[in-house]
Design a protein around this ligand. Structure first.
Ligand code: 4SX
Ligand code: FE2
Length: 354
């Protein structure tokens, strides 16, 4: 198809979050963490690159880890429905003044022709349709290890203006499953194309930065088991937050940090969102259960630390400070929440249409 094709307007039909490409500083250390500990399967590797996938994945990979001088997010990659949607995406982003670039098939192992764009939020986003298939390892129980990751579920990105991010993704055809808000501010939003709680979510803060990659595991015991394994090996400092249950999404979760600081969420137990009249669940920002249903405090690093992102040329994107009231200034989950016990008893989420 290439950059010359013309297709009807409208946003590309995005199927789902597919993979992310991360820079890591030590590929052996990364392999230890992602493969030996977490249990990702290696689809391909060379001296400086690792292509990893979960047990259920049918395409080549869910993460690419590339050795480089400093850790960063290279790009977020979404799978689209048809090759025409790749071209439609190129035109859609270009029409919004975004720099785009065609990437030939095979430039990334297992990925067909794609387009990359610098989106209005400052992230480099890739769209592809064609992909090499890998053996689906769903019933290769003997190969499961660590957190038994099954598939990538979502990207979580830090943005200075959550409303703007919400509007951008809404214009790309994403639905909104849940929010954290009050009468004047949208603090966080979870948005989806596939029929789950999300493909992408936004955390308010200095951005653009990558907050985390979320991976689904089928069993809640895997969330606990990876914590046990980290403790046994005395590398428990790789666990940052949890285990716990999110209010938003109902997921049972734990957040880990890889040797470069990339944040990885292992979770299970979110829910179906595919009906066209699915309503957005709106959490009040002062509900202590919103981010941890058991009411445990969120560690400050979870709100403040995130990873740099790169533009199309591989240059680090400048970060803009948060433009809105910060959730941690008004939230009631312990961090900077003022006097002990500050915050309401929680009124519970209210429903509304998306
Ligand atoms: O912290 S939250 O409960 O808001 C939350 C964070 C919910 C779902 C997620 O995937 C997440 O990363
Ligand atoms: Fe998440």
């Amino acid at each position: 198809m290439g950059s010359t094709g013309t297709v009807a307007g409208g946003p590309p039909d995005i199927v789902r979050t597919a993979y992310a490409s991360l820079r890591v500083t030590d590929i052996a250390q990364a392999r230890w963490f992602w493969v030996d500990l977490l249990g990702f399967h290696v689809s391909d590797e060379d001296a400086s690159t690792l292509y990893l996938r979960g047990s259920d994945e049918l395409i080549h990979h869910n993460v690419v880890l590339r050795a480089a001088g400093a850790p960063a997010l290279e790009y977020l990659s979404y799978r689209v429905r048809t090759p025409d949607d790749v071209a439609r995406g190129a035109e859609w982003f270009a029409a919004r003044g975004c720099r785009t670039r065609w990437i030939p098939a095979g430039a990334t192992e297992g990925v067909g022709e794609s387009v990359r764009a610098e989106d209005p939020l400052g992230f480099t986003v890739e769209l592809f349709c064609d992909a090499a298939h890998a053996e689906r390892l769903i019933q290769r129980f003997e190969l499961r290890r660590g957190a038994e990751p099954a598939r990538i579920d979502h990207f979580n990105v830090v943005v200075p203006d959550v409303r703007l991010a919400f509007e951008h993704y809404r214009s790309l055809g994403f639905g909104c499953s849940e929010t954290i808000e009050d009468d004047s501010t949208l603090y966080a939003a979870w948005m989806f194309r596939k029929q789950t709680v999300h493909d992408v979510a936004f955390t308010g803060g200095a951005g653009p930065r990558l907050h985390h990659l979320g991976f689904f595991t089928p069993e809640s015991h895997s969330v606990l088991r990876i914590c046990d394994v980290l403790g046994s090996l005395h590398v428990e400092h790789h666990r940052e937050r949890g285990p716990g249950r999110h209010g938003v999404s109902n997921a049972f979760y734990v957040y880990l940090r890889d040797p470069d600081g990339h944040r990885v969420e292992i979770y299970t137990s979110d829910y179906y969102t595919g009906d066209p009249d699915h309503e957005t669940l709106r959490w009040r920002v002062d509900d202590p259960r919103r981010r941890d249903f058991y009411g445990n405090e969120v560690v400050p690093s979870w709100y403040t630390e995130a990873m740099p992102v790169l533009d199309l040329d591989g240059t680090v994107c400048p970060v803009r400070e948060i433009l809105q009231v910060s959730e941690v200034k008004v939230g009631a989950d312990g961090f900077a929440a003022g006097p002990a016990g500050a915050g309401s008893s929680g009124s519970g989420p209210a429903a509304g249409t998306r």
